[in-house]
Design a protein around this ligand. Structure first.
Ligand code: NAD
Length: 475
């Protein structure tokens, strides 16, 4: 069985404790690897290696940093199929989705930031004839990067790429549930020629290795993606040290379908936005609201389409729905299905664990629940969606905004004015009109309310990972 090591200063090293955690394959329930149960000592060593690498890396010419990141992108692409299989085995997602979404996006992330830094501009402000001000953007030092399990390499690379492209070095703590592709990335970074200490990876538990990173005095910035409760703890640890902080947190995203929408497209896309990656994408639209006059037609077609989804072995090409990431997560999702029934909801389709080894839950549609029910308020993060009718545009907006989250929303309408009006009224960091998950890496990405603080994406990431200094020269 594979036993992973931490990646510190360009070398693979065992954890100081000598202890390991089990990495369970969600499709079988069997242990597929062991990973370091790292603690503050490992984080200290990784931060020291990153600090040692910073002076040279931060002064490495932009063009050279760019070339190294492009080489890493090429290597990920060349090893795409291996990474696809690895991600599927570790996370439970179907190979077809990992091939379509996760791994290509990791390639794009490195390419995007490798080239973005070549075009980064800075401002100058001339104060009449008195002074010239210019903005100097500089890396901060060691970036602490903490990522979740749902899109393991995609989200890790979304942080590592801008962090090191900007001239920082980093210590990354991937999710303990899905460590395999992060480990492979470490190997590929060596092959790409990225200098020792620029990327360091410490595996282990969030409350131990992750918390040590957020509290570390020599880590001036933290980029965290994960749950809202964890985000609060990360913020509390980082606050006394006044760290620069980006928090990308949970969601309970609304999907608003007006009666004038293209129903074929709305049904087909809602199928993806509900059940892709078993509903384990922070941007999934887990609350569907349909204008009453289209409600029955939508529901009937949506249920029929959901029943066609193929659940099964994620390594098979024809599988649509793979396994949930862990037994604990599956129990949480099943618990919410029970809660939906207790709250008076009707399970229109699905609702059960699949009778096979591993952690499989049927794609599930629940009707009959109002917005105040816990099932419509709390993030489930699984293949469970609610469908609720609305009677007016105002009601649709009120329903959409009725949670503490504000990550993304989708609006289906052919009425252009309504589309813009509703988009402006929604408490969401991203609003898709007649589409879902269409991403341009230059646009701001992040949540409102309890879905997060700060924006990543394009120049927003490059700004986050640098400090803007004002240099004022008297003329
Ligand atoms: P999580 O919060 O449990 O864990 C995320 C990461 O934080 C893991 O690496 C974990 O080990 C670490 N961690 C846990 N406790 C920690 C602590 N006290 N200090 C520091 N690090 C700690 O989240 P998860 O279950 O891995 O991921 C699912 C969540 O992530 C969902 O809520 C989902 O919506 C959210 N998510 C958000 C986005 C976004 O962009 N907004 C993207 C993907 C996932």
């Amino acid at each position: 069985m594979q036993r992973l090591a931490n990646f510190i200063g360009g070398a693979f090293v065992p954890p100081a404790s000598g202890s390991y955690l089990e990495d369970v394959g969600p499709a079988t329930g069997e242990v597929i690897a062991e990973i370091p149960d790292s603690d503050a000592r490992d984080v200290d060593a990784a931060v020291a290696a990153a600090r040692a690498a910073f002076p040279v890396w931060s002064r490495t010419p932009t063009e050279q940093r760019s070339r190294l990141l492009l080489r890493l992108a090429d290597l990920i692409e060349q090893n795409l199929e291996e990474l696809v299989q690895m991600e599927s085995r570790d996370n439970g997602k179907s190979v077809s989705l990992a091939r379509r979404l996760d791994i290509p996006r990791a390639v794009l992330n490195f390419r995007f930031f490798a080239t973005a830094i070549l075009h980064q501009a800075s401002e100058a402000h001339v104060t009449d004839a008195t002074a010239l001000n210019y903005t100097l953007r500089q890396p901060l030092g060691v970036a602490g990067l903490i990522s979740p399990w749902n899109l393991p390499l995609y989200l890790l690379s979304w942080k590592i790429a801008p962090a090191i492209a900007s001239g920082n070095t980093c210590v990354a703590k991937p999710s303990e549930l899905t460590p395999l592709t992060a480990n492979r990335l470490a190997e590929l970074s060596l092959e790409a020629g990225i200098p020792a200490g620029v990327i360091n990876i410490v595996h282990g538990l969030g409350g131990k290795a992750g918390a040590a990173l957020t509290k570390h005095p020599n880590v001036p910035l933290i980029s965290f993606t994960g749950g809202t409760v964890t985000g609060a703890s990360v913020a509390a640890n980082a606050a006394p040290l006044f760290k620069k902080l980006s928090l990308e947190l949970g969601g309970k995203n609304p999907n608003l379908i007006f009666a004038d929408a293209d129903l074929d497209d709305a049904v087909a896309t809602s199928l993806r936005s509900s059940f892709w990656n078993q509903g384990e994408i922070c941007l999934c639209g887990s609350r569907i609201f349909v204008e009453r006059s289209a409600y029955d037609a939508f529901l009937e077609r949506f249920i029929a389409a959901t029943k066609q989804l193929r659940i099964g072995d994620p390594s098979e090409e024809t599988t649509d729905i793979g396994a949930l990431v862990s037994e604990a997560h599956m129990q949480k999702v099943l618990g919410y299905i029970e809660l939906a029934k207790e709250e008076g909801g009707t399970v229109a389709t699905g609702g059960n664990r699949v009778d096979r080894p591993g952690f499989f839950v049927e794609p599930t549609i629940i009707t009959g629940l109002g917005c105040d029910r816990r099932v419509l308020q709390e993030e489930i993060f699984g293949p469970v969606v609610t469908v609720t009718p609305f009677d007016s545009e105002d009601e649709a907006i009120a329903f959409a905004n009725s949670t503490r989250y504000g990550l993304s929303a989708t609006v289906w309408t052919r009425d252009l004015q309504r589309a813009h009006r509703v988009a402006a009224a929604l408490d969401s960091g991203t609003i898709w009109i007649n589409t879902w998950l269409l991403r341009d890496l230059r646009v701001p990405f992040g949540g409102m309310k309890e879905s997060g603080v700060g924006r990543e994406g394009g120049m927003h990431s490059l700004e986050f990972f640098t400090e803007a200094k004002n240099v004022c020269v008297k003329l």
